[in-house]
Every structure is written in structure tokens, then in C-alpha cells.
Design a protein around this ligand. Sequence first.
Ligand code: FMN
Length: 340
Amino acid sequence: MSHLGSPFTLKGLTLRNRIVMSPMCQYSVDAEDGKPNDWHFVHYTSRAIGGTGLIIIEMTDVEPDGRISNRDLGLWSDEHVPAFRRVIDEIHKYGAKAAIQVAHAGRKALDAEVPVGPWNEPFEANAKKPRALSTEEVWQLVAKFADAARRAVEAGVDTIELHGAHGYLIHQFHSPLINKRDDEFGRDYAKFGVEVIRAVKKVLPPDMPLMMRISAVEYAEGGYDLDHSIKLCQAYRDAGVDLFDVSSGGEGGPAGPRKPGNFPGYQVPFARAIREATGVPVMAVGMLDDPRLAESVVGNGDADLVAIGRAMLRNPYWAVDALRLLDGKANVVKAYERGY
Ligand SMILES: Cc1cc2nc3c(=O)[nH]c(=O)nc-3n(C[C@H](O)[C@H](O)[C@H](O)COP(=O)(O)O)c2cc1C
């Protein structure tokens, strides 16, 4: 059996293979209420039927103005739980596991009248000027992350991913380029993330792993480097993160020399470095569409899991096709067996 096709266990979670659907906003909520609809039901269920091991439901925000746009998902009230449960129950029917990416867009909340963030500088010249959160409001947001995580658990997730990457709120706090506060959340760049992790862990069942997506480096001139993100990951690991999903960039501003080229596997070296420095399992992501490349990432020990994004938008059966190529047989639902 291929490495990609082998099961993976982390605490109480066992995946049937190492293939993860990367979180991808669908910008498809019609009623601006943040609840998954029939689009999400079909979209995520299709990838479960398509053989994926773990499906990470797109960036789902802890308050309405924490969304990138008003067409994004949210978990800011108990009323949201049944709509998520409907999607997750269906994902489970086809042998896949489900996660929700819990997030806040911070200064990148495009539809918020006044976005909030650790500091009052916009992420690009013509973006809305954010308002710097008071210390008390930061603590309130920590609690909102925990409330959203509790609701995700009620909706039936097998794990949760915190979005600490791509220039969204947690990333904004741990970036020296963005966070210029002089309170406890500015003096310690990891503090906001650590407090969110601790609060979220309290509402997770003890055997449920917690994942976190992180930008390993910033691209902007003067942005943080891998040494900085490794220190963050060590603090986040000590606070309770069980797996890092390693991405990069997204903080805004023109890209400088640290931006990797657009080549297959461009973020894999970051994943390996964070795995080695923290001793925590990692997920690699970014242009891993070729199943042989994805297989080598797991086989060479660069990462434990491989997340596939855009290739799964093109092909819901990416996982079935990849494992068929690598292992010579297709594991499909009974209804589709004659197709192979
Ligand atoms: C349409 C779209 C929406 C995305 N939304 C999210 C998101 O909600 N959360 C996130 O962490 N990354 C998001 N991403 C980034 C992907 O998860 C992934 O990291 C990126 O596309 C690189 O992987 P790929 O080369 O396999 O596509 C999005 C990407 C796309 C194309």
C-alpha cells in the first residue's frame, strides 16, 4: 500500500488515508447568515464520496464581522449548529472525517463597516482602516473562539483547525510587522494564539486533536522568518496544538524576497522544518496535485498529511484517482464500482 493510502491516527482520530481537503471558502452563503446550505452539502459530500480522508470545512468565523465577506460561513450562534451537522453527518456516511476551520478575519474583513485587529493599519493601501481592539475586547474574542469550537463539536466534527495563517486575526497578532500593541497581547506575539488554543482545548473532548494552520514565513519586506514561526509553533504546541498545517504568506503588502516560487511542493520545506523543530505531526499544502509528489512528501517523512486545494475543486475524486494510480485499485462506493 502507498504511504498516501495508509491510515493515520492522532489521539482519538483515525483517518482512512493521508489525503486532506484543504479549507477553501466558497463565498456561497446567499442569506448572509453564515449557515452552510445545499451548495456546501453537495460540495463537501462529493469529496467524501471521492475518497478523501479528512475534509476541512472552509474558514468559519466566530462573529459576523469576522468574516472575509458576508458570503462566508460562521458559528457565532447555537442556531448555526444543525446546518453544519447536516453536512458533517453526510460526510461521515462515506467514511471521511470532518473538521471545521475556526477563524476571524481581523483587518481583512472586507464587508465589516469597521474591521478590527491588533493595530489600526490596513493590510493594503486602499483597504478599510481597522480599529485596534481594546485588551478587554481581545479577551472577548478568545471566548468567541471557544464558543465557536464548542458549537463545532456539537455539530459532530472529528477535529478542529484554528486559522493562524494568511494574515487573518491570529496571524495578525503574532506578526511583529502588524502587531504594534504595548499591552500583554503585544509584548508577547504568541499570547493571543496561546489563549485561543487554551480556551478551545477546554471545550474539546480530551481525545480530539487540535490542528492549527500557520504561515511559516511572511512574504513582505521586514516580515517574520522561519525562526520566528518555529518559536510560535513551539509555544502553540505547549499550549495544546497536536498538528500544524503549514502554509505561508497572506499578511498583505508587496511580496519581498522571502516569497517562494510557484513550484510544486513550494511549502514542503517549511512543513519539514516545523515538524523537526517541534516534534509535532504536520500537514503539507501547496501545489501537491501530482499524486507521486504527494506520495513522496509522506514517504520521505516531510509531512504526515497532504492537503489538496485547487485540484479538489477540479476533481472531487482526486483521492480515489490518486490511490488508484499509486496502488492499482480503486476504493469507491458500491454504487460507482462498475465505473472502474
Ligand atoms: C477558492 C479558495 C478558497 C480558499 N479558502 C481558504 C480558507 O478558507 N482557509 C484557508 O486556510 N485557506 C484557503 N485557501 C487556500 C487553500 O486552502 C490552499 O492552502 C491553497 O489553495 C494552496 O493549495 P493548492 O495548491 O492545493 O490549491 C483557499 C484557496 C482557494 C483556491
